[in-house]
Design a protein around this ligand. Structure first.
Ligand code: PEP
Ligand code: MG
Length: 596
């Protein structure tokens, strides 16, 4: 094993367990910045260009300061305060700071970080040194350093290289920063927060695990981490301040613990656990070809949740019999406001449909907003309660022509295989009527234009208690329902799903939540309509028996969970589970019943 294990003091950080497994690797810190910064690895041949971009950004800021100094000179000392002149001198000095300049170069040359990432990483390193200074005046220079770094970042905006994500190149960069052809040092990502669009960039397999300071169990960052099937801990509060670049780190995604600079004994224990998990995984793989049928012969549908069309083949390989939730909003994120047009969307949906080779694909219309901002660089209005604001269907209906574009693209993709359309966050009859009218308009337009399109079943997500309380109305307008329990829990219990400080109150087993879930399943079954769950609850093996007992026969989850849930299904007898589930439903405190 690498030298230096346990050289520093081992310590652990506790957060929320969100994605299973154990990762062991070197820490890559992504510093948060007030300027939205892309993080990606560059190719070796891009190194010079990236250094040049930083140089040009810095030169632009130097020139700006020098121009200001000229103006001040012309105005004369009477009209300009001494402090301003001194400050500009300090800023110029900081811009030339050896440590800053050398450090940025190091991250670009040795680690292949893109220029912006290198700059913010080095800022973090230097800022920590400022924090440790005894002299109060010098300590305060940290704010100046942050200010000029932001200026340089802004000066660099508009000249960014495109993210290339050469996973292989990233892997070739060793723990000591040297090119290490052939050796694979796993990297783990530590950040204050990772936007869902950044997560997608990281989805290329660069990292063996994630840790973030903020976030709840069903925050979208956690969801994407789970979909990547790599260990992750969120809500680790100060992790990004405590862990340093390059520290060796163990992420225990089952326990929600991060161990920094582990001693050899701790390391050996976790390596053993890692091997055990691998074994369990390969044991489960034997269930791949087994149909999901309970002991008493009830067929259960196990579907996949996906974020990008490219996830479809992996979903098939994991044993999914269809896609129960394609979160189409990921196509809209991180595009600096340039939304995908109809053709681009159509091609994306078509790829997903073709990737599923005849199995149904449920495409959810855009669910942007709350903790899934479309573009974190676009300053969106600051609202006090974004989860209660203009998100999902509200956002779509606020821009009917944009919505129409998506509806048309989905209808066209439906010509290539079975497609179901799913509408998020509905609460009002008016929203249902508008949605249906726009869908009709989309069909009529395509017909008139002679475009080929296919049939789609129309479904609604039940994610707001209001919707769960007016099921009869919903069922009059929709072919099927899908329970979005992540949001249903959030809105029923008034707990922000992304806020780690109230994560302990986010309870899928709260009797009120179970009541809404049970009623939705029962009403759909009574009316002969399909119902599924596509929230995280569906992939939680601890919930499988209860949901089967409540009558659920369709579960949509991250592909990585499918076999574990199938194992539960194969062991279940719904004739026994049904009366037991009614008991759980009636209890004031269902959790202990579930454990027994
Ligand atoms: C849900 O709310 O349960 C859901 C599946 O939608 P999302 O997690 O994307 O909000
Ligand atoms: Mg939702």
């Amino acid at each position: 094993m690498a030298p230096g294990w346990g050289a520093d003091v081992t310590f652990s950080i506790h957060g929320l367990a969100v994605a299973r497994g154990i990762a062991i690797g070197r820490a890559v810190l992504v510093a948060s910045s007030r300027v939205d910064v892309a993080h990606y690895f560059i190719r070796p041949e891009q190194v010079e260009g990236e250094i040049d971009r930083v140089r040009r950004g810095r030169d632009a800021v130097v020139e700006e300061i020098q121009r200001l100094q000229q103006t001040i000179l012309q105005l004369g000392p009477k009209d300009t305060p001494n402090e301003l002149r001194a400050l500009l001198d300090v800023h110029l000095m900081l811009l030339q700071d050896e440590e800053m300049v050398g450090g940025v170069k190091h991250w670009i040359v040795d680690r292949h970080y893109n220029a912006e990432w290198a700059l913010t990483t080095q800022l973090e390193v230097v800022a920590r040194q400022f924090d440790e200074m005894e002299d109060a005046y010098l300590r305060e220079r940290k704010a100046d350093m942050e200010q000029i770094t932001e200026k340089v970042l802004r000066a660099m905006q508009g000249q960014a290289t495109s993210p290339v994500l050469p996973a292989a190149a990233a892997r070739r960069v060793g723990a000591d920063g040297l090119q290490q052809e052939g050796t694979e040092t796993p990297l783990v990502l530590i950040a204050h927060e990772i936007s869902p669009s950044d997560m997608l960039q990281f989805k290329q397999g660069l990292f063996a695990g994630f840790v973030t300071d903020v976030g709840g169990k069903t925050s979208h960052t956690a969801i994407v981490a789970r979909s990547m099937d790599i260990p992750a801990v969120v809500g680790a509060r100060t992790a990004s301040q405590l862990v340093r670049q390059d520290d060796w780190v163990i992420i225990d995604g089952d326990a929600g613990v991060v161990i920094v600079d582990p001693s050899p004994i701790i390391l050996a224990e976790y390596q053993y656990k890692q091997r055990e998990l691998e074994l369990e995984r390969s044991r489960l793989e034997r269930l791949l070809g087994t149909p999901a049928v309970t002991l008493d012969g009830e067929k259960v549908e196990l579907l996949a949740n996906i974020e990008m069309p490219e996830d479809a083949p992996a979903a098939m390989k994991a044993g999914a019999v269809g896609v129960g939730l394609f979160r189409s909003e990921f196509l809209f994120m991180g595009r600096q406001g340039h939304l995908p047009d109809e053709e681009e969307q159509y091609q994306a949906y078509r790829r997903a449909v073709e990737g599923m080779a005849g199995s149904p694909v449920t495409i959810r219309t855009v669910d942007i907003g709350a903790d899934k901002p479309m573009d974190s660089s676009v300053v969106e209005g600051k609202h006090l309660n974004p989860a209660l604001g203009l998100r999902a269907i509200r956002w779509s209906l606020a821009d009917p022509s944009m919505f129409l574009t998506q509806l048309r693209a989905i209808l066209r993709a439906a010509a290539h295989g079975p497609v179901k359309m799913l509408i998020p966050m509905l609460a009002h009859l008016g929203e249902i009527r508008q949605t249906r009218a726009l869908l009709e308009q989309a069909r009529a337009e395509l017909q008139r234009e002679g475009q080929t399109f296919g049939p789609v079943a129309l479904g609604a997500m039940i994610e707001i208690p209001a919707a769960a309380l007016m099921l009869k109305t919903f069922l009059r307008h929709f072919d099927y329902l899908s329970l979005g329990t992540n949001d249903l829990i959030q809105y029923t219990l008034a707990i922000d799903r992304a806020d780690e400080s109230v994560a302990h109150l986010y309870d899928p087993l709260h009797p009120a939540v179970l009541r809404l879930v049970a009623d939705t399943i029962a009403e759909c079954r009574a009316q002969g309509k399909e119902v599924s769950i596509c929230g995280e609850m569906a992939g939680d093996v601890a919930m499988t028996r209860l949901l089967l007992g409540l009558g659920l026969r369709s579960f949509s989850m991250h592909p990585a969970q499918i076999l574990a849930v199938k194992q539960e299904v194969l062991r279940a007898d719904t004739s026994k589970l049904a009366p037991w589930a009614q008991g759980v439903l009636a209890a004031d405190e269902p959790a202990p019943l579930l454990a027994s």
